[in-house]
Design a protein around this ligand. Structure first.
Ligand SMILES: *[C@@H]1O[C@H](CO)[C@@H](O)[C@H](O)[C@H]1NC(C)=O
Length: 186
């Protein structure tokens, strides 16, 4: 009986520690609400303002909801983003509900498939931070421009150190969990 509960608590502590370190991947509804993929009403409402306030990490998803009869989402190059060139995008999405995985670090450029809307500001740059485990191990070199793709962009202000501290936090939680389980087993 006692053995059983000790093992149970140890497992529970481990499971919680693991859960905490894996639940960081998130869905980001672009613009923060369902009808946000549209021409912004003001500069303050712009999609890049929203992007600046968010942290995007590898493994996270971007989600768009829009009327597929009127709009679409194009993933494009930096040049096409700047000129609102809707011809020959990297990827075109028109389903009305689009979900994309951010599988590498660096900038992603999206524009409306309806060119006049892009011209009026229906466009967004999302910068995905470098892998947090790499940052946690590498320490300060993560601050170098080579590993901080955000630096080439005007808009998103990403705090480069927060990735490292988040990685360290996850590691600490894991170690703490193991120690706690160890103590319980003894
Ligand atoms: C738009 O992009 C396409 C494909 O990359 C290219 O062929 C075309 O010349 C571009 N148009 C303009 C106006 O830059």
């Amino acid at each position: 009986m006692a053995v059983c509960s000790r093992v149970f608590w140890a497992c529970l502590a481990l499971a919680l520690a693991l859960l905490l370190s894996f639940t960081e991947a998130r869905d980001h509804l672009v613009g923060g609400k369902a009808d946000a993929w549209k021409v912004p009403s003001s500069e303050a409402e712009s999609l890049n303002k929203w992007a600046e306030k968010n942290r995007f990490q590898i493994g996270d998803y971007l989600v768009w909801k829009y009327d597929s009869k009127k709009d679409s989402v194009l993933q494009v190059t930096r040049e096409a983003y700047l000129s609102c060139n809707t011809t020959g995008p990297i990827e075109a999405h028109k389903e009305g509900e689009t979900k994309l995985k951010l599988d590498k670090s660096g900038p992603y450029y999206f524009i409306s498939g309806y060119q006049p809307n892009c011209e009026k500001g229906e466009k967004i740059i999302v910068v995905v931070m470098a892998d947090r485990s790499t940052r946690a191990r590498a320490g300060s070199p993560a601050l170098s421009p080579a590993l901080a793709p955000a630096s080439e962009l005007e808009a998103p202000a990403v705090a480069p150190t927060s990735g490292a501290s988040s990685g360290l936090k996850a590691g600490f939680i894991l170690v703490f969990g193991v120690v706690v389980s160890g103590v319980i087993v003894m």
